[in-house]
Design a protein. Structure first.
Length: 278
């Protein structure tokens, strides 16, 4: 490819996607970006092994093959789901110098990989829509948001609700809760933590906030911003607080500044957050 073409490698470290979905994303990119981008879907994206897009070994191999490839500029997750945490012990010690020059884009379960990349200072972890969003109603806007950002065409897809000089990260609330206490948790002292979630009970969100706010590392946050928690499950007994009220309550209890609502979530309006940038 010419030096003016940005090559994006797409892998599925958790669940897979269909070839039809990949074809839709490829067609959208070709029609709207021409030769400025080349999308390379790894064949691993189309595998199925139970819940996952192939075995742990297959998913690790695909990630490493693309991350370590000097001809690929960006690693983009095909989708989230579950499975990324199972790859921690098989990929990070095998990343080379080419992996350090890349941007890594995804959210939801992919946040588990972004966190480890950030801790090890490998590449540029970026919270942003995944390729499978093309299947949502209005999902073309998600694909455009990512491609506009990585090509430098537009920065309008960046999250701008939370204005802060502090470094920021955006991550799924469940994922960061599960990282607490592991060696893969980055030091977030002085950071703004932006969280979102999907398909949880309000009491479960309250419990997750307890875990976060009682952690000694996270007590040093510059603040917490709350994204959208969608598809809230209905409990048999009403919890009595909204999920935002729970977040505010735990921030108040632990002396962590609550910074308001971030424009992130499991939806087509999910904005881009570059980890570490204020």
């Amino acid at each position: 490819m010419s030096s003016s073409t940005l090559t994006i490698g797409i892998v599925a470290p958790a669940k897979g996607i269909s070839r039809e979905t990949a074809d839709k994303v490829t067609q959208f990119a070709a029609e709207n970006y021409g030769k400025t981008v080349e999308l390379k879907f790894h064949q691993q994206c189309f595998l199925q092994h139970g819940h996952f897009a192939g075995t742990d070994e297959a998913r690790s191999y695909a990630f490493l093959e693309y991350a370590n490839n000097p001809d690929i500029d960006v690693i983009w997750a095909a989708r989230g789901g579950y499975g990324c945490m199972r790859l921690h012990e098989s990929i990070f010690d095998r990343l080379n110098e080419h992996a350090r020059a890349k941007a890594y884009i995804g959210y939801s379960d992919v946040g588990a990989l972004l966190a480890r990349l950030y801790k090890m200072q490998i590449g540029r972890p970026i919270h942003g829509p995944v390729a499978v969003e093309i299947s949502r109603k209005g999902g073309e806007a998600c694909i455009r948001r990512v491609l506009d950002y990585v090509t430098g065409r537009s920065l309008e897809g960046l999250e701008t609700n939370i204005k802060t000089p502090h470094p920021r990260i955006a991550i799924n609330l469940t994922i960061i809760e599960h990282l607490v206490g592991t060696p893969w948790m980055p030091d977030l002292s002085g950071h703004v933590l932006m969280v979102e979630d999907v398909g949880e009970y309000e009491y479960a969100i309250d419990r997750k906030m307890f875990t976060l706010c009682k952690n000694a590392n996270l007590k040093k946050l510059a603040g917490i911003a709350l994204g959208r928690c969608s598809a809230i499950l209905e409990n048999d007994i009403p919890f009595g607080m909204t999920y935002e009220e729970s977040v505010i309550d735990w921030c108040t209890r632990e002396g962590i500044p609550y910074l308001g609502r971030a424009d992130i979530g499991h939806d087509i309006d999910n904005k881009i957050v570059v980890w570490g940038k204020g």
